[in-house]
Design a protein around this ligand. Structure first.
Ligand code: DGY
Length: 320
C-alpha cells in the first residue's frame, strides 16, 4: 500500500507529478480555508503533509495525527510548527531554505525602493490623470545610494539583502546571533552592532529574523521612537515582529518616514489605519512569489517527503 500524503493547497509548477507514483496524494483544493478541525480530520491517516505557513502543526494537531511521520513545510519559516513537540513524537520536520533567498531579498529591495521613491503613490497619481508636467517638488522621496542599511537578522536572506546594498554604495549595520567572518563583513561593508545602535543610525531597517515568542513585537513603540524621522522600516520576515498599531502611529505622526510591508501579524487582516496611509507600501506576503522560487520550494518539499518516507534523511530536515 502506498503511503498517504496530504498537500494543504494546490502547488504551482506541476511539482506533485513526481510524488504521485509513490504516494496516495490528497490535495486540499477547496477555496474555504482549511479549519483546524478539518485539518485534524484529514491528517488522520496521512504519513506526510506538505503544509503552508498558515497550517497550525501544534501539540493539539500533532497528538491527533497517529500516522504522521513527516512535515514538509512549504516555507523557510516554520513558526506554525511546534518542532519540539513533533520531534518528541518522532515526526520529521522540513522547511525550504536557500531556494527562496534571492527572491525574498529582491522583494525587500522592491519595497525599500518603492517606499523611498514613492512608486505606488506615483503610479496612482498617473492613473488618476493628475500629472500635469514636471515640477521640482513633485513626489520628493529619499535618496538610497550612499545611505546606511540596518539588517535585523543576518541569516541567508539578511545577507542576500545586504549584498544588494553594495551596488548602492551603502554601509550595512546588522544584528545577528553570530558575527560574520571578517572577510564576509568586509565584502558587505557590514558591522555587527546592538539593535538600539542600528535603529538609531540606519536609514533603512530591514527585518530578516525568524519569528519566535522572544522577538514578538520587537519593533514596537520604543524601537520606532529610536529610529530616525527620515528612516524607513521594511518587513519581509514575519508580521508579528512588528507591533502594527504602534507602526501606524509612527507613520501617521512622522516618527519614521515610511515603511514597506510584505507580512502582517494577523494575515490576511491589517492593523486599522494602515491602508489609509500613503507612506507605506503594502504587499500580500509575496516575498518568495517568483515562478522559479515557488517551483523550487515545491520540488524541495517533494524531495523531503520522498526521502523521509523511504527511510532516508530528508535534505532539509530541521532539529528541535
Ligand atoms: C517563508 O518561506 O517563510 C515565506 O514567508 C513564504 O515563502
Amino acid at each position: 500500500m502506498k503511503p498517504k500524503v496530504l498537500v494543504t493547497c494546490p502547488l504551482p509548477g506541476g511539482v506533485l507529478d513526481r510524488l504521485q507514483p509513490h504516494a496516495e496524494v490528497e490535495v486540499y483544493t477547496s477555496s474555504e480555508p482549511l479549519s483546524k478541525s478539518r485539518f485534524i480530520e484529514k491528517l488522520q491517516d496521512k504519513a506526510a503533509v506538505i503544509s503552508l505557513l498558515v497550517d497550525p502543526l501544534d501539540e493539539e494537531v500533532l497528538s491527533q495525527a497517529p500516522e504522521l511521520k513527516l512535515i514538509a513545510n512549504y516555507a523557510v519559516g516554520y513558526d506554525n510548527i511546534d518542532v519540539k513537540a513533533a520531534t518528541e513524537r518522532g515526526i520529521m520536520v522540513c522547511n525550504t531554505p536557500d531556494v527562496l533567498t534571492e527572491a525574498t531579498a529582491d522583494l525587500a529591495w522592491a519595497l525599500l525602493l518603492g517606499a523611498a521613491r514613492r512608486i505606488p503613490s506615483g503610479d496612482q497619481y498617473m492613473r488618476e490623470g493628475r500629472f500635469s508636467g514636471w515640477e521640482p517638488s513633485l513626489m520628493l522621496g529619499s535618496q538610497v545610494s550612499g545611505k546606511t542599511l540596518g539588517i535585523v537578522g543576518m541569516g541567508r536572506i539578511g545577507q542576500a539583502t545586504a549584498a544588494r546594498a553594495t551596488g548602492f554604495g551603502m554601509k550595512v549595520l546588522y544584528t545577528s546571533s553570530r558575527t560574520l567572518a571578517p572577510s564576509e563583513e568586509s565584502a558587505l561593508n557590514a558591522k555587527r552592532v546592538p539593535l538600539g545602535e542600528l535603529l538609531q543610525q540606519a536609514d533603512f531597517v530591514s527585518l530578516h529574523a525568524p519569528y519566535d515568542a522572544q522577538n514578538h513585537h520587537m519593533i514596537g513603540e520604543q524601537a520606532l521612537l529610536q529610529m530616525k524621522p527620515t528612516s524607513y522600516l521594511i518587513n519581509t520576515a514575519r508580521g508579528a515582529l512588528v507591533d502594527e498599531a504602534a507602526l501606524v502611529q509612527a507613520l501617521r505622526e512622522g516618527w519614521i518616514a515610511g515603511a514597506g510591508l510584505d507580512v502582517f501579524e494577523k494575515e490576511p487582516a491589517m492593523a486599522e489605519g494602515l491602508r489609509e496611509l500613503d507612506n507605506v507600501v503594502l504587499a500580500p506576503h509575496v516575498g518568495s512569489a517568483t515562478i522559479e522560487a515557488r517551483t523550487a520550494m515545491g520540488r524541495l518539499c517533494v524531495d523531503n517527503v520522498l526521502a523521509g518516507l523511504n527511510g532516508q534523511r530528508p535534505p532539509t530536515l530541521l532539529h528541535a
